[in-house]
Write a protein that binds this ligand. Sequence first.
Ligand code: DLL
Length: 432
Amino acid sequence: MIWNINKETMDREQMRVLQGKRLQKLVTYVYHNLPFYRNKMQEIGITPADIHGIDDIINLPFTTKQDLRDNYPYGLVSAPHSQIVRIHASSGTTGNPTICAYTRHDLTVWQESVSRCLGAFGLTREDTMSVAYGYGLFTGGLGLHYGVENYGATVVPASTGNTEKHIRLIRDLGITAIACTPSYALYLSETMRKMGITRSELKLHIAALGAEPWTENMRQEIQEQLGVKAYNIYGLSEICGPGVSYECECQNGSHIVEDHFYPEIINPITCEPMGYGEKGELVFTTLTKDGMPLLRYRTKDLTSLINEPCPCGRTSVRMTPIMGRSDDMLIIRGINVFPSQVESVILSMKEFEPYYMITVDRVNNLDTIEVQVEVRDGYYSDDINEMICLKKKLQNHLKSVLSIKAEIKLVEPNSIERAQGKAKHVNDKRKL
Ligand code: DLL
């Protein structure tokens, strides 16, 4: 079902005109309301009067995650606090998280975007969707939740964890759709097998999967194991959360909600614009946000754009699956983790040397993370209890920073290989 026939099937030229108008309004707004953007624009000698249409976007400055961190917490919030109704946060590289502030209007746009996704996934108001993304600062849970309510289907806010109880609920309530990370979908099917529950006992037929990269092989396996059609949903907190793009029944790239989020591809090194079909870094401009609008936000996600008609009838530009990142961010069970966050925790504890190795793997379809670290001379001991205490201390500290539990392996001083050149701190064994 096409949720918003007017916008999703809009004539390309009309769409560009609409985007151009929205861009002009946005640039005028940020110029007058955000010193950050006014300064950036003045530095390069551009004013709102220089923006005549969407093609002029390439003259505007970029925004990076570092800019968000430097302006923590509210430096990029343009609306008065009385108009901000929700705040989410995602991890920064180290230290400050990235704050995302929403006005009521922003939440409406977000719900609208998620509703377009659900329409494309074939949901109806008869469906019941279990949302098994985390509820909280992460945008996955609440983003999908309010989207489903707006759509008029039934939502079950399962959140993450307690998988066996969740599976029983899926069976007993006749839940027909699930939203979760692709790795959690696989874990779910594995837990079902252990519980002796078969897919024929469930009514599931739609899965809305995202928050981490996944492959065509994973799709086949999830579809087979759970008896669903599995659709990609993409998004990032800084832009709104889930719902920035979505697959339709053709499953040939994800349609971008481009009347609200304007996409570009740039060369991640030179920042030069790249053409359709060329692989580069995805950049978004939030054309209609007023809580925390962003000009040319560099997502660091590597992909390419498709500007060809889709057999589903939607005319929007599509993006191919994310092929990697231009930074070192890891996504572990849907949670963004920067190696530098691990490093800063280790460096802040006197018991450890600054030598560590992060190993990421996928065991029984669930991501695992192990941090191997050298204990400093004088703190290394043969007393097992002392070492267990030290392990726990590091584990708790990491958990409070990363929001996930890492396995810790303590090793003797001088046992981690020293780098000759650039130190390698991550061994990602997952086959993606
Ligand atoms: O992951 C929002 C989201 C929640 C999307 C639920 C989809 C479903 P962040 O925590 O800010 O937001 O992480 C954003 O996750 O830049 C990508 O690197 C990655 N990512 C998100 N969706 C996909 C996807 C949410 N479908 C970062 N495929 C993004 C690949 C994805 N990577």
